[in-house]
Design a protein. Sequence first.
Length: 152
Amino acid sequence: MNRMGRLVLAGAFCALVCGPALAQGADVENEDSRFTFYRAEGGFLRLDGRSGQVSICTKHQAGWLCEAVPEERAAFEAEIVRLQGDNAALTKLVLTHGLALPAGMRPQVPGGPPPSARRESKVDRIMSVMDGVWRRLVAMVTGVQRDLLGRS
C-alpha cells in the first residue's frame, strides 16, 4: 500500500507540474514568437522557428528587406553524393582494367549504408539522449517526493 500511495502521489505531482507546461506548449504560437532575430553585420539574421529558414534583413530606403540565405548544407550534401558516385564509377573502371587501387582505397561494397541510415543513427542518438533526460527528470521528481514525505 505504501508503494502504491507513493506511485499515486508521484503521478499526481507530475500531472500538477507537467500539466500547465504541456498546456502552454499546445497553444498555437502567436506571430511574434515565430521569428528570432540576431544582430549581424549590416542588419539582422532572421530565423523562422517553423520552417528553419534563415534570412538576412537589411535596411533600405524603402524599408527593411529580408532575403533568404542560400542553404549551403543541401548544396554540400548534393556535392558529396555526386563525388561518391564519381568515385564509385572511377573505382569500378580501374578494377575492370585490372589495375590496382591506390594505397588506402578499397573497393566499395555494393549496397553499403545509404545516407538515410546515417540520419537514422542521429535520430537514435537523439532519442537516447531524450530518454536519459526523461529518466533523470523522473528520478528528480522521486527524490523531491521522498524529501517531502520525509519532512511530513
